[in-house]
Design a protein. Structure first.
Length: 373
């Protein structure tokens, strides 16, 4: 994969822009810089690439207009009010600049729940498909005016990855205040080195993340970007982190500018990809080494391999399946509620009827409703 994600190789691309790049410290849109990015987008569309924009900035813009302290993030109510006010300004800005390039913009606001609920996820996917077939550039943001702490992404990095998954995008680009993933925080360690290509997200890669937002304006750090990469690559898409602190950042990168690319893993089937990319789960089931090996061979999870059941969940809820050392190895839909799952944990399938008075299902999580992560 060459730098730049050219249209000849990447048919559909998601581009995420953070608040610190789009809004200056005074709460104004950095319009001159944004024009250069819109020119990049127009050039790619003219070359045949379909573009989706995930744009932060509503809270930052609204906070200035409402004169709210702490950038509008002093309380949930302030953030919701700032988002409601700023989203109008943000959408007008994008619509106006894209129109100058002869491009129609569309606005899509989503909450975490919209993409965690399977039917709403499919509705969002269909809408994105139709808009791009019509030549429109969808501009997506989290609907912070109604989202609460319990049902929000909290950062647009993971939102971009989930939107890419829903849109069946080939790649996602996160415009950042750093050039990519470094071995340490480059703002704090002069010896930190850029990692240009990441083939696998493991504990070593996760340890390099820094959860802070350098500007204090946004809500994401490198940790959220790596989590976004996990979602994107698991869905069969590449993800890049590049600097947005230059004009025409996509052109700059395509011409050899620095960046980090997380390479796509083999794509899962659509339903399993949606399961693996979910950000909310209702419980956890810890399994022994034998069960872990069986799951790796594509088997269902049997009660005999379960060591511990945690959380409160119902049949059909999404749960994590965890190895003995705490690693999440799979995600799936539980065939039992948490109380019954705890009763049959560690028992053979033929014992279930005696323990529960009935034996409706012989497995705790069926392989057809499970995705390895």
């Amino acid at each position: 994969m060459q730098p730049g994600f050219p249209p000849s190789q990447i048919r559909r691309l998601v581009i995420k822009i953070g608040s610190a790049l789009l809004v200056d410290p005074a709460g104004q849109v950095r319009e001159a810089w944004l024009r250069t990015l819109v020119a990049d987008i127009a050039a790619r569309k003219a070359a045949g690439q379909q573009i989706i924009v995930v744009s932060s900035g509503a809270v930052a813009l609204g906070a200035r207009r409402l004169k709210l302290p702490k950038g509008g993030r002093g309380s949930l109510e302030d953030a919701q009010a700032a988002a409601a006010t700023g989203q109008i300004a943000l959408s007008q800005c994008w619509a106006g600049l894209l129109a100058e390039q002869g491009i129609i913009a569309a606005q899509i606001l989503v909450t975490l729940d919209d993409l965690e609920h399977r039917r709403r996820y499919l509705n969002a996917s269909a809408t994105l498909d139709r808009l791009m077939a019509l030549g429109v550039v969808p501009v997506v943001n989290e609907n912070d005016s109604v989202a609460t702490a319990e049902i929000r992404f909290g950062d647009n990095d993971r939102l971009a990855a989930r939107i890419g998954q829903a849109a069946r995008a080939d790649a996602t680009v996160l415009l950042s205040d750093v050039d990519g993933l470094y071995t340490a925080n480059p703002h704090a360690d002069a010896n930190a080195m850029l990692i240009p290509t990441i083939e696998r997200i493991d504990a070593r890669i996760m340890a390099m993340a820094d959860g802070g937002s350098a500007s204090g304006m946004g809500s994401g750090g490198m940790t959220s970007k790596i989590e976004a990469a996990r979602i994107a690559t698991g869905a069969g898409a590449h993800l890049a982190i590049i600097s947005g602190k230059v004009d025409a950042p996509l052109t700059h990168w395509e011409r050899g500018g620095p960046g980090s690319i997380f390479l796509a893993a083999p794509a899962k089937r659509a339903r399993k990809g949606w399961l693996a990319g979910r950000l909310t789960v209702r419980g956890r089931i810890t399994v022994d080494a034998g069960a872990e090996r069986a799951l790796g061979r594509g088997n269902s999870l049997l009660p005999a391999g379960v060591a511990r059941v945690e959380g409160l969940f119902a049949r059909g809820d999404v749960i994590d399946i965890v190895a003995a050392d705490g690693r999440v190895i799979a995600r799936g839909l539980s065939e039992y509620d948490s109380d019954d799952a705890a009763k049959i944990a560690g028992r053979r399938s033929e014992d279930i009827a005696a323990l529960l008075g009935t034996m409706p299902r012989s497995v705790l999580v069926h392989r057809d409703h499970m995705a390895m992560v």
